[in-house]
Design a protein around this ligand. Structure first.
Ligand SMILES: Nc1nc2c(c(=O)[nH]1)N[C@@H](CN(C=O)c1ccc(C(=O)N[C@@H](CCC(=O)O)C(=O)O)cc1)CN2
Length: 306
C-alpha cells in the first residue's frame, strides 16, 4: 500500500497494518483430510489477532492425511492462542504443535571420530543460522573433545565396548545417555557420524526426536563403510542422507539428501573426503528444518515445508 491510496474501511485495516505487532509463532498440524481445515485454522488465528506471514499445506493422497504449517504473529499470549485453536484441534482430531518462533531446540549431539558434521553444526549454532542450543556433546571416543572445548560445550565420554567375554556395555552407555537427555532437558538428539547402533528400546524412547546422517545416498550402501561399498561398486555419484533414527538401521524417514559427483580416478579415501562436504550441509539443513518445525512425519516418509 502507498500513501496515495484513499482511506476506506479495508484500507483502514490495511492502513492500520503497520500496527499489527506481536510475537512470531509457528504451528504445525496433521489430521485426516477433510474440507474446512484451512478456514477453521485461519479463523481461530484471526480471533486472536493473528497475522499469517507464511502458510503451507499438503494433502497426502497415499495416506489421506492433511499437513499444514503456519507462521504468524499475534499480540496475544500463547495460552490465548492454544485456547482459540483447541476447538479446531478437537473438531478435526489434529496432531497439533505450537511454538514461539524464537525458541531454540535443546539439542544433544552424539559423535565418534569424524568431526566434519559436528563442526558444521557447532559453527552454524554459534553463527545463529541454526535454531538450536547445544548444551552437551556425547562421544564414544575422545578425538573430538578439543573441538567441544573450542566451542565451550561440555563433552561427555561414554565408551561402548565389549569385554573379553564379548559382553557389551551398550545398555549402561544408553542409560547414561538417557540420564543426560533428562538432565539437560533435551528435545533433539543428533547423531553426527556416531558409529554405534542404538538399541530398539532407545529408538522407541527417541522416536521422532533423533536425526542421523548416513554417509551414502540411501537406500544404497547401508551400514558402516558406505564409501568403500560405493567405490567397490564404481558409482559416479556419492551422497549423504539425513533421516530420523529407527530400530531398522538406515531405514528411518528421510528428511534431506544430497549428492556429489565422483570419478573413476578417485580412491575410496577420496570419496570419504569429498563426501564430508555434503554430509555437513545435509545434516545441518535437516536439523534446521526440524528445529523450525518444518518436518512432519507421514508414515515412513516425511513432509518438509522448507
Ligand atoms: N538404531 C539405529 N542406530 C543407528 C543408526 C540407525 O539408523 N538406527 N544409524 C547409525 C549410523 N550409521 C550409519 O549411518 C551406522 C553406524 C554404525 C554402524 C555399525 O555397523 N557399527 C558397528 C560398530 C562400528 C564401530 O564400532 O565403529 C556396530 O555398532 O556393531 C552402522 C551404521 C547410528 N546408529
Amino acid at each position: 500500500m502507498n500513501a496515495s491510496t484513499p482511506a476506506t474501511a479495508s484500507n483502514a485495516t490495511l492502513a492500520g497494518s503497520a500496527e499489527i505487532t506481536g510475537h512470531p509463532m509457528v504451528l504445525s498440524l496433521s489430521c485426516k483430510n477433510s474440507r474446512g481445515i484451512v478456514h477453521a485454522v485461519s479463523g481461530a488465528l484471526l480471533s486472536v489477532q493473528g497475522d499469517i506471514t507464511d502458510s503451507k499445506q499438503f494433502d497426502s493422497p497415499d495416506t489421506g492425511t492433511f499437513f499444514m504449517r503456519v507462521e504468524f504473529t499475534t499480540p496475544e499470549s500463547r495460552e490465548a492462542v492454544e485456547a482459540a485453536l483447541e476447538p479446531v484441534r478437537e473438531e478435526f482430531a489434529m496432531d497439533l504443535g505450537l511454538w514461539e518462533a524464537s525458541r531454540k531446540t535443546r539439542t544433544l549431539v552424539m559423535c565418534s571420530k569424524d568431526g566434519r558434521t559436528l563442526n558444521d553444526l557447532l559453527f552454524q549454532q554459534r553463527a545463529g543460522t541454526l535454531s538450536v542450543e547445544i548444551p552437551v556433546i556425547v562421544s564414544n571416543h575422545l578425538e573430538l573433545q578439543p573441538m567441544a572445548f573450542f566451542y565451550g560445550i561440555p563433552f561427555i565420554h561414554i565408551p561402548v565396548a565389549k569385554d573379553a567375554e564379548g559382553n557389551s556395555n551398550k545398555a549402561e552407555a544408553e542409560a547414561k545417555l538417557l540420564d543426560l537427555v533428562a538432565e539437560y532437558d533435551i528435545e533433539l538428539v543428533v547423531l553426527a557420524r556416531y558409529m554405534q547402533i542404538l538399541s530398539d528400546d532407545l529408538c522407541r524412547k527417541l522416536e521422532g526426536k533423533a536425526i542421523n546422517i548416513h554417509h551414502s545416498f540411501l537406500p544404497s550402501f547401508k551400514g558402516a563403510r558406505p564409501y568403500h561399498q560405493a567405490h567397490e561398486r564404481g558409482v559416479k555419484l556419492i551422497g549423504a542422507t539425513a533421516h530420523y533414527v529407527t530400530a531398522d538401521l538406515d531405514e528411518g524417514p528421510i528428511i534431506e539428501q544430497q549428492v556429489q559427483r565422483v570419478t573413476h580416478a578417485q580412491s575410496a579415501r577420496e570419496f570419504v573426503i569429498r563426501g564430508r562436504e555434503v554430509e555437513g550441509s545435509t545434516l545441518s539443513r535437516a536439523v534446521k528444518w526440524h528445529a523450525e518445525h518444518r518436518v512432519l512425519l507421514d508414515g515412513k516418509r516425511t513432509v518438509v515445508f522448507d
